[in-house]
Design a protein around this ligand. Structure first.
Ligand SMILES: [Zn+2]
Length: 253
């Protein structure tokens, strides 16, 4: 059965991804992963772009246009389509993902640990502190994979975005956060491939030197995208194509 891990490294701009992610470059050089860069949709804000990544629609089309819009995503998502096809879905992710896909508002006592296969994300570990360590987040994701063998697993880390907001993109802290994410991928991605998963790694938006991400510069808009295997598949050239790529990898209509 086809299966996919979608890694969302929040706030990682394409330039820093090129400079600071040696493991990913090694995979590229070994021919095990392909890399491209694409512009995120506008506005380059997290919640609108999560909805874009999950639905395949632009923010103007799906209607989530700012971070305080806490509605469920008005359009079907990769998770709802997978659930409807009878696939097992899981996510270790920032709590806005639970609000967009499962239930809103986020009620920690109810939603932090989610095990409800009738929901679009049937198994979830949702965090709400932006200092939640990426090391723990990757272990959360591996715990979900170990326990539930999901066909679709989202791994959504916040360490890079948090370092960028505090120190700007031209900082040791931001680059170190990217290096740390790269190291975590080095420790987990080979196991995902060995277990038969196709892996997509990307970002919602980038980051600028001011420590923000709401402008039209390439620092903010240009994000990396990697895809393992599937040489027959064209790499996406727009962020709106990523949801369709996941659908195709999972054999969803
Ligand atoms: Zn973000």
């Amino acid at each position: 059965m086809a299966s996919c891990v979608l890694v969302l490294l929040d706030g990682l701009n394409a330039t820093t991804a090129r400079l600071c992610m040696g493991f990913m470059v090694a995979l590229e050089q070994a021919g095990k992963i392909r890399h491209t860069e694409l512009h995120c949709e506008m506005p380059p804000l997290s919640r609108p772009l999560y909805a874009t990544l999950f639905s395949g629609k632009t923010p103007a089309e799906h209607g989530i246009l700012h971070n305080e819009d806490t509605r469920l995503c008005p359009s079907p998502t990769i998770f709802s389509r997978a659930r409807d096809a009878g696939l097992v879905t899981a996510a270790a992710a920032w709590y806005w993902v639970s609000e967009l896909c499962n239930a809103t508002p986020f009620i920690p006592a109810r939603d932090r640990l989610t095990h409800s296969p009738s929901l679009p994300i049937g198994h979830g570990l949702f965090y709400s502190s932006d200092t939640y360590p990426d090391t723990e987040l990757f272990r959360d994701a591996e715990s979900l994979r170990y326990s539930h063998a999901p066909h679709l697993l989202l791994v959504h880390s916040m360490g890079i975005d948090t370092a960028g907001h505090r120190h700007g993109s031209d900082s040791r802290a931001y680059r170190d956060a990217a290096r740390e994410a790269d190291g975590l991928l080095a420790r987990t991605l080979p196991a995902w491939i060995a277990a038969g998963y196709t892996v997509i790694v990307t970002a919602d938006h980038g980051m600028n030197a001011d420590g923000s991400h709401n402008d039209i510069t390439d620092n903010v808009r240009l994000v990396p995208l990697w895809l393992t295997g599937h040489e027959e598949v064209h790499l996406p050239t727009a962020q709106t194509q990523i949801a369709g790529l996941v659908d195709r990898l999972l054999n969803l209509d």
